[in-house]
Design a protein around this ligand. Structure first.
Ligand SMILES: [Fe+2]
Length: 457
């Protein structure tokens, strides 16, 4: 076996010529559209692009990010909903140059679990955001934890943002409690000197100011290996500049990593993939399944996919490096069995895909059954199920499904939309998908897992 450094160097050489996959970016259609969308023409120190995520302890902390065009103090005022916002947290601001702005970060800590807080961000001199609310994570195992719904999608940009209107409608109706965006945001955050990033952040602000919005980078965030706009604009808890992180929320543990480290080695360098791999294994090993029984791995580029191979993506191959690593090193798929990962969610390919119970390209339907209500039940699957949700809407449009579906596929749908993931109890999880074309709910799944832990090899 070659040494690790030799293996990585060889992989880097192979990948130097590998272009960013996912199609050709069309030219901007209307640059004027990418100017500040919210509060245009108003006080330049007024907060924009307000967004939040759960903090390091999602039950007791929330963290907020916003932008001002000119320098301003960084103040978060908050209080339990219905009461005065008497708590104050001072944060920090960092100048950003694409386009020029100041990006502010402040965290609310010492909060109560499962509690809704009112908040504003800004400063007395610069102005304040509108009053909004944000809710901390409930105690695992509680009825509130079972009622949580996560909106899940990847690949939503600013042009052809098909899911956005549905998401805004949903968040206003309280239909979901947090968002997990599986990479490719903005298309691209740094385009047009960053104006597109501003416009994208403002376009999702009706969502991000209301519920925690968790992200992981996709290939559209690489920015030559710097991830500059992504790292600057997003703040994930206890993370490596938002490149990978995990949260325990409700009855689930979500590990959200960067698949790009397996594909952009020439841009990342040779250390990021091993560093992330070491972090991930430690993260998965540390999960307390009595508190977080469900385990979900999320990464932008899927391990498997069902569209045609016109773009030559690795998910069509048996040597997909996220699955098998490089020369046997840093393979992610064995971790799925070792730690009993229930679900793997990817995106990048623009359609909805579902696998059978799947490991190492071998699929089983033994745990699957069709229920009378039209849903599919996975009862005590002995390996993960893979879901691909990369069609929230982007300028690259939908991908074309392969006319010959792989044996492991349990279905693929060429539709725009996003998923709803919930974990009603330690033994039950559900998934469904909003078809944005007509608003219908499709792909309803139920998972029953009576004993969480490592899967048998
Ligand atoms: Fe992508």
């Amino acid at each position: 076996m070659p040494s690790v450094s030799c293996a990585l160097a060889a992989a880097a050489a192979l990948l130097l010529a590998n272009p960013v996959a996912g199609g050709v970016m069309p030219p901007p259609r209307d640059v004027a559209r990418y100017k500040w969308l919210v509060n245009a023409g108003s006080n330049a120190s007024e907060p924009q692009q307000v967004h939040a995520s759960f903090g390091e302890d999602p039950m007791t902390s929330l963290q907020f990010v916003w932008s001002t065009r000119t320098a301003a103090d960084t103040i978060l005022r908050f209080g339990e909903a219905g009461k005065p916002m008497t708590s104050i947290a001072n944060g920090t601001s960092t100048p950003f140059d694409e386009p020029v702005q100041f990006i502010h970060r402040a965290a609310a800590t010492g909060l109560r679990a499962g509690t809704t807080y009112s908040y504003v961000v800004g400063s007395p001199a610069g102005g304040w955001s509108n009053v909004s609310t944000m809710t901390t994570a409930p105690v695992p195992g509680s009825p509130e934890a079972g009622a949580l719904v996560f909106a899940v999608y990847g690949d939503m940009g600013l042009d052809n943002e098909r899911s956005l209107a549905w998401l805004v409608k949903d968040v206003e109706a309280g239909a979901f409690d947090a968002v997990l965006h599986v990479g490719d945001l903005g298309y691209d955050l740094d385009s047009d000197g960053g104006l597109r990033g501003d416009a994208f952040m403002n376009s999702i602000a009706p969502i991000t100011a209301r519920v925690p919005y968790h992200t992981m980078p996709g290939n559209h965030e690489i920015e030559g290996g710097t991830f500059k706009a992504y790292r600057s604009r997003f703040w994930m808890p206890a993370s490596n500049d938002a490149l990978y992180h995990s949260i325990d929320v409700g009855n689930a543990h979500f590990s959200m990593i960067s698949s790009e480290m397996y594909f952009a080695i020439s841009e990342y360098g040779l250390l990021m993939m091993p560093e992330q791999f070491t972090w991930l294994e430690k993260d998965l090993a540390a999960v307390d399944r009595t508190k977080s029984p469900w385990l979900v791995l999320m990464l932008h580029r899927p391990m498997y996919c069902q569209d045609d191979d016109s773009q030559g993506d690795a998910c069509h191959t048996l040597t997909n490096p996220t699955r098998v690593g490089y020369f046997g090193q840093y393979a992610l798929e064995p971790l799925l069995l070792k730690y009993g990962v229930d679900l793997v969610v990817g995106a990048h390919e623009h359609f909805l895909g579902l696998s059978k119970v799947l490991y190492n390209n071998n699929a089983s339907t033994a745990a699957m059954s069709n229920q009378t209500d039209g849903s599919i039940l996975f009862r005590n699957p002995g390996a993960p199920v893979h879901i691909l949700a990369g069609s929230a809407g982007c300028p690259e449009r939908l991908d074309v499904l392969s006319p010959t579906q792989p044996e492991w596929s349990a279905g693929a749908w060429d539709v725009y939309g996003y998923g709803y993931l919930s974990f009603p109890s330690a033994s039950r999880a559900t998934w469904s998908f909003r078809n944005d074309t007509d608003g219908s709910i499709i792909n309803r799944l139920e998972f029953q897992q009576d004993h969480h832990g490592p899967f048998a090899a």
